[in-house]
Design a protein around this ligand. Structure first.
Ligand SMILES: [Zn+2]
Length: 310
């Protein structure tokens, strides 16, 4: 099958080590990564109680490179966005509570955003209106568990067994809930960045015999058209500069760190498909086997396939 367009995320690492990859600044500078991070601005944050137990804080972002509403699903009330909390011109305490720039817990009749009198916690700001990130009010602790998740309508909503996106999303949330802190950056880049319509065409090509990489190339898309610089910018805005990244994809580690390493991956936490871990759970379909094989064999993912005995 002819290669029509190259992947824009070359695989440069070949290791199953969980320690972060070591590459020189010189090599990092040569990678097809943007020189500067996009500008992001957190518009709103809200507490979401979940059906799974833990509360999450959903953050909605706008940015200067596309018109999509990217999200950060944050575990932990004390993880605070720099842009959301920054004092704005004519900002009132009511405005701040409405957009979610408060500390502690909202309750009927509360008047102050910056101070939770019941919990005796107060946020402080410098002369420029920037939040002072004090350790008793704002998370600045150990490297936090992070997952960078690209939107997958079919896997998350339409019960697709062609990929494991829904399962990985659930598992990442479960691990973050157990830890009490974590951040899932949810990027609106459907189908590895090619969009849902093109992804559906790629599925038909897969049914005609192409693997996931070949199908994208036949449609004249790169094998992986995703851009993770938005995720880096969002993590930096949340003050999450040291992270433990849940991923099997070595290219993602470098992509998230970018050229300037404003966000550093201190540890890689692997995501093992549930169906490989036990016999009763996880996704079982012939499509998912092909999908995972392609990730391992064609895209350099760091997964050890189990040996089939039968
Ligand atoms: Zn998917």
């Amino acid at each position: 099958m002819p290669i029509i367009s190259p992947s824009n995320t070359p695989s440069i690492l070949n290791t199953t080590d969980l320690s972060p990859p070591q590459i020189s600044q010189e090599l990092r500078n040569q990678l097809p990564l943007p020189d500067n991070l996009p500008i992001v601005n957190c518009l709103a944050r809200a507490r979401i109680p979940t059906t799974q137990g833990p509360e999450i804080f959903l953050h909605l972002y706008q940015n200067n490179i596309d018109n999509k509403e990217h999200l950060a699903i944050v575990f932990g009330e004390d993880v605070r966005s720099k842009t959301l909390y920054k004092v704005r011109p004519n900002d009132t305490q009511q405005d701040r509570m409405t957009r979610g720039a408060y500390i502690g817990k909202l309750h009927p009749g509360r008047l102050l955003a910056d101070k939770d009198e019941k919990l005796n916690l107060e946020l402080k700001f410098n002369e420029e209106g920037d939040l002072i990130r004090e350790s008793n009010t704002t998370y600045n602790g150990d490297p936090i568990l992070v997952r960078i998740h690209s939107e997958c309508y079919t896997g998350e909503t339409a019960w697709s067994a062609r990929c494991d996106c829904g399962e990985q999303f659930d598992e990442a949330g479960r691990l973050m809930g157990l830890q009490g802190h974590g951040c899932m950056v949810y990027l609106r880049q459907e189908g590895r960045g090619i969009g849902l319509g093109e992804k559906l065409k790629a599925y038909n090509l897969q049914d005609l015999g192409a693997d996931t990489v070949q199908a994208n190339l036949l449609l004249r898309h790169p094998a992986d058209a995703r851009d993770f610089s938005l995720a880096t910018a969002i993590l930096y805005d949340l003050g999450l500069e040291d992270i433990k990244l849940l991923t099997n994809n070595p290219d993602k580690i470098i992509a998230v760190e970018g050229k300037n390493r404003l966000v550093k991956v201190k540890e890689r936490v692997p995501m093992i498909p549930l169906a490989w871990k036990s016999n009763n759970g996880g996704i079982k379909s012939k499509e998912i086997e092909g999908y995972l094989s392609t990730k391992i064999e064609r895209m350099g993912h760091l997964l050890e396939k189990p040996i089939k005995i039968n």
